[in-house]
Design a protein around this ligand. Structure first.
Ligand SMILES: [Zn+2]
Length: 284
């Protein structure tokens, strides 16, 4: 599932080419991809004739502000995209021939002759039309953005202090910290030498500071490499990320730890795999 670096890569790929473009045609091939109980017809009516404002990302959501045709006022609607497992975008004059684009989802025909294609093989992702007020209410329940200036040691410490859940699970909870998922949680904990099983509230200030730094460093490095492509994730037009070759622990069960050469261990926490090195992260 795409995490912060993957979603941000897609935002960066699409932001400049979509800015100010008018949506001339909307074709919904798969009604399942329109979320929130909106019908195909009312979705098309709400989107057609609008212009794209500046694309944003919050947590693992992509946000496409839809402006009135004259672009004079702020966004009337926000088109929120959830990529989930297999959601992919392409921006081109013709539907890409890549095998990933054999499952048409939603097409947005633009005023420059190109089409923004969204395909989703497993149809788990999709589009939500939100009023700015509704988005504000959703946004308020999300934790801080880990790459933002507001994500300080003090704030992170206050978030973790009351939590009894294992730190790995706390990192996956979007209400605590936004945008971190299973891959980068394991990677950041390894980088910070912290046991993924440790109750979040028991981390001392030095560990909190180390973990905050490790989260930022890991996410920034992955963003630099356009994210991690293990199975399904692609940036726009089928481009793969390349951070998978940099992973220290994720997906490396049984392989030697890059630091101590001990075996990387996999365990299951809250139904999700955690990868770690007992020697480097076990002793607290
Ligand atoms: Zn190790």
């Amino acid at each position: 599932m795409p995490e912060l670096p993957e979603v941000e890569t897609i935002r960066r790929d699409l932001a400049a080419p979509l800015l100010g473009r008018r949506i001339e045609r909307v074709r919904v091939h798969e009604e399942d991809l329109i979320l929130g109980g909106t019908s195909r017809r009312s979705f098309q009516r709400a989107v057609r004739g609008r212009r794209f404002g500046g694309l944003e990302r919050r947590a693992k959501f992509l946000l496409f502000p839809l402006l009135a045709d004259d672009g004079a006022t702020g966004p009337e609607r926000l088109l929120r995209v959830q990529l989930r497992m297999t959601g992919q975008f392409a921006l081109d004059e013709e539907r890409p021939r890549a095998p990933d684009f054999r499952h048409p989802g939603v097409d947005f025909g633009l005023d420059d002759g190109r089409t923004l294609f969204y395909d989703d093989v497993r149809r788990l992702g999709g589009f939500d039309l939100l009023t700015p007020e509704r988005w504000t209410a959703i946004e308020r329940r999300l934790g801080p953005e880990p790459l933002s200036r507001g994500f300080t040691d003090g704030r992170f410490g206050r978030i973790l202090a009351p939590l009894r859940a294992p730190i790995k699970n706390a990192l996956l909870d979007q209400r605590r910290i936004a945008g971190v998922g299973n891959i980068y949680a394991s990677e950041a904990l390894f980088r910070a030498h912290i046991d993924p099983r440790a109750p979040a509230g028991t981390l001392d200030p030095a560990q909190v500071a180390r973990l905050r730094r490790a989260i930022r460093t890991t996410l920034a490095a992955a963003l630099e490499r356009a994210g991690t492509t293990i199975r399904d994730y692609r940036a726009v037009n089928g481009r793969s990320g390349s951070y998978q070759s940099e992973l220290d622990v994720y997906g490396r069960e049984g392989a030697p730890c890059r630091r101590c050469e001990g075996p990387i261990i996999r365990l299951v926490q809250a139904g999700r795999s955690t990868f770690f090195c007992e020697d480097c992260q076990g002793a607290r």
